[in-house]
Write a protein that binds this ligand. Structure first.
Ligand SMILES: Cc1cc2nc3c(=O)[nH]c(=O)nc-3n(C[C@H](O)[C@H](O)[C@H](O)COP(=O)(O)OP(=O)(O)OC[C@H]3O[C@@H](n4cnc5c(N)ncnc54)[C@H](O)[C@@H]3O)c2cc1C
Ligand SMILES: Cc1cc2nc3c(=O)[nH]c(=O)nc-3n(C[C@H](O)[C@H](O)[C@H](O)COP(=O)(O)O)c2cc1C
Length: 626
């Protein structure tokens, strides 16, 4: 079925491209004039306010690093508005504008990032609470939804911390911790929160008409307008020209385990953006136009229909929405629900029932986001287009599809340059994601955008700097640094090493690097060897597939355990970076064992020693799980 759908779509795609000149011309996307800071702030905050006079106000505060927290908080607002409340959506970044004495209800949706810390935008709020400069007063009832991922050691830690710092007096609901994007559990929490609000507002508690928030925002936004130091962010990225793009792996040979890693440089001149080594850059990708076209075909659309991506958003063409704003990769359960409600074919209905675990025509109170275990697995192996192809008797309008897709999120890349030599250029090292699923070639949105669809000196890409204060070189240049970075985990370390060399740091630099094949994916191999030969770097490598027995960085660390321990005892700072919670766990275990063996410590004492290193900011990790 899938193969048939794919073959058909390829044929239709060809036909569509042939006929395209004869179809009504797609209007150029509307010129988007830059809205003022105030417009942005007010639009976001009050987007969900319903036209119901006297609707009880609810403050929905979110802290997000990668955008999911805002997605959840927006859904909460939309649901609350339907239930007759007046939700106001505010980022934790703007907590100073809030007067909680005038807020009766507060929901905080907050993720955890880094090695168990709050997102950047929520860090100041955390500090203010810790230092008693901000608090949740008794009159304000609150509930916390903590977002996280069990693959990380400190599951939902930021949410836990906020929940504790808010105190006990106003808690309306027990905190719920969310593992990844578990929408059914999120929906349950939203329902419980709504029920708790209804219970508390049943008495008809009138809201104060004198609303402090709009004037506070106005004042703040005016100050922002006058501020020459423009702050580019996830929601307002800087358009940076690509000024260099080069492979740092050998050209692909076609073998299945070939790696393709590219170094890309952005020109940030004139942006006012500053960065430090250890920071990451957020990249706002664009979807592959072929993937957009096949979706348009499935909708029988020429791309020209006007849609709104959010309730009060501007009208834009469906083609622009699918290219720039919507995630066309990850299908949601709600998409299957909508298709099932529309379809006329029995086999399609049966498939929907199997995916969802219930019959949509008799939903029996199931949440629109619930899936059977089989359905979770099924959807995780399919993209939006695949799912549409399974429900050919069902039709969706462009607006309906828009409403059923998730927002397209920025992707993050550790910075591989140093401002010492490149103050107006930011380099990143990108592993280009290509894989096969269900016998169809697939690709990562952002990594292939940067590799295949961006041109040197021609393409401008939306970027912003994502600060990482928890991943910094020691200020003291005579401190040693030990860097453990397999694969693209090397990305920040190439900048660390360059900066240490440029600043003539006297401490030792020791890198453990691992990859599959020395000849194929030894990233920056020549440069690293040069540093090594110049005595500026000690390099230990693990090429896992060049020998009969696989070897990884943690083995190399164990082999050099005694020297490693001596350097740590001599005050070295240890850094771990890369893709994979498992890698980070393995490295962590190796470190603990080394401390235990060479430091002659018990298991508990070695664990304590490592915890103290974390406390002293001498053991810092920047690990992501794909
Ligand atoms: C702080 C931070 C720093 C980072 N630094 C770097 C860096 O320096 N370099 C770097 O390359 N990346 C880095 N990443 C990862 C990067 O942000 C992206 O996640 C990565 O490039 C993939 O994005 P994409 O858009 O290309 O892929 P997406 O379109 O996001 O696709 C990824 C998804 O594809 C699916 N998928 C992937 N492989 C398979 C498979 N084999 N089978 C089935 N499904 C699969 C999975 O669902 C996966 O979630 C970093 C991430 C973070 C959070
Ligand atoms: C670099 C990185 C570090 C993370 N660290 C943690 C962590 O320490 N604990 C945790 O529970 N989740 C962690 N997560 C998972 C995120 O909290 C989770 O993906 C969440 O849904 C992201 O929400 P956001 O997009 O709103 O930031 C991490 C994710 C990334 C990408």
């Amino acid at each position: 079925m899938l193969l048939l759908a794919v073959t058909l779509s390829v044929l239709l795609l060809l036909l569509f491209n042939l006929l395209r000149p004869f179809l009504p011309a797609a209007r150029p996307p509307p010129l988007i004039t830059k809205p003022s800071a105030l417009q942005n702030l007010l639009a976001e905050t009050f987007e969900h306010i319903p036209d119901i006079p006297g609707a009880p106000r609810v403050l929905v505060l979110y802290g997000t690093e990668y955008g999911f927290g805002k997605e959840v908080a927006s859904k909460l607002c939309a649901q609350l508005a339907i239930a007759g409340f007046a939700p106001r959506l505010v980022s934790t970044l703007h907590y100073t504008l809030l007067d909680l004495r005038k807020e009766k209800f507060l929901a905080l949706v907050c993720s955890t990032t880094g090695d168990g810390v709050p997102p950047n935008e929520a860090a100041d709020l955390r500090d203010a609470l810790v230092n008693n400069k901000f608090s949740v007063p008794e009159n304000c009832s609150f509930a916390v939804l903590a977002l996280g991922d069990r693959a990380y050691p400190h599951f939902c830690r930021a949410g836990v911390v906020f929940d504790n710092l808010f105190g006990d007096q106003g808690r309306m609901l027990e905190r719920v911790d969310i593992d990844q994007e578990d929408w059914p559990v999120i929906d349950d929490w939203i329902e419980s929160f709504e029920a708790a609000l209804k219970e508390r507002t049943a008495e008809g508690d009138d809201d104060d008409d004198d609303d402090y928030l709009p004037p506070a925002m106005e004042k703040y936004a005016q100050a922002m307008e006058n501020c020459t130091d423009a702050r580019y962010s996830r929601t307002q990225p800087f358009k940076a020209r690509i000024v260099d793009q080069a492979l740092v792996t050998a050209p692909r040979t076609g073998k299945p385990d070939d790696k393709e890693v590219v170094r890309v440089e952005f020109d940030i001149e004139g942006s006012g953006m500053e960065y430090e080594v250890g920071d990451a850059v957020g990249v706002v990708p664009r979807n592959n136009s072929q993937h957009v076209t096949r979706l348009l075909l499935a909708l029988a659309s020429n791309g020209d229909e006007q849609v709104r991506v959010s309730d009060k958003g501007d009208l834009i063409t469906i083609e622009t929405a699918l290219t720039d704003l919507l995630d066309v990769k990850t299908p949601k359960a709600e998409l299957v629900v909508a298709l099932a409600q529309n379809c006329t074919d029995k086999a399609e209905m049966a498939l929907a029932k199997r995916i969802l675990g219930y019959d949509v025509l008799r939903s029996d109170g199931h949440s629109a986001s619930s899936l059977s275990d089989w359905g979770k697995d099924y959807l995780s192996q399919r993209e939006v287009f695949d799912v549409l192809g399974e429900f050919v008797t069902s039709t969706l309008t462009p607006q309906e599809l828009t409403d059923l897709l998730r927002p397209l999120h920025a992707r993050y890349y550790s910075i591989s340059s140093t401002p010492i030599t490149s103050p107006t250029r930011i380099a990143v090292t990108v592993d280009v994601l290509r894989y096969s699923m269900l016998n169809v070639e697939r690709e990562g949105v952002a990594s292939t955008y940067l590799k295949d669809r961006c041109r040197i000196d021609q393409t401008e890409v939306g970027v912003f700097v994502s600060k990482n204060p928890n991943f910094r070189l020691p200020k003291d240049e005579d401190k040693h640094v030990i860097m453990i970075g397999p694969g693209t985990g090397l990305a920040p370390f190439i900048a660390f090493i360059e900066e240490r060399v440029e600043t003539e740091a006297t401490g030792k630099n020791w890198l453990f690097f691992g990859c599959r094949h020395e000849k194929q994916d030894f990233l920056y191999g020549d440069r690293l060897r040069e540093y090594e030969e110049a005595g500026q770097l000690r390099l230990d490598t693990a090429f896992s597939r060049d020998t009969d027995k696989k070897v990884y960085v943690q083995q190399r660390m164990r082999e050099k355990g005694c020297e490693l321990w001596n350097l740590v005892e001599d005050g070295a700072h240890v850094y771990v970076c890369g893709d994979g919670g498992r890698m980070a766990d393995d490295v962590d275990r190796a470190l603990r064992e080394i401390i235990q063996e060479f430091g002659d410590k018990s298991e508990a004492a070695a664990k304590g020693y490592l915890e103290q290193l974390v406390e002293d900011k001498r053991y810092q990790r920047d690990v992501w799980v794909s």
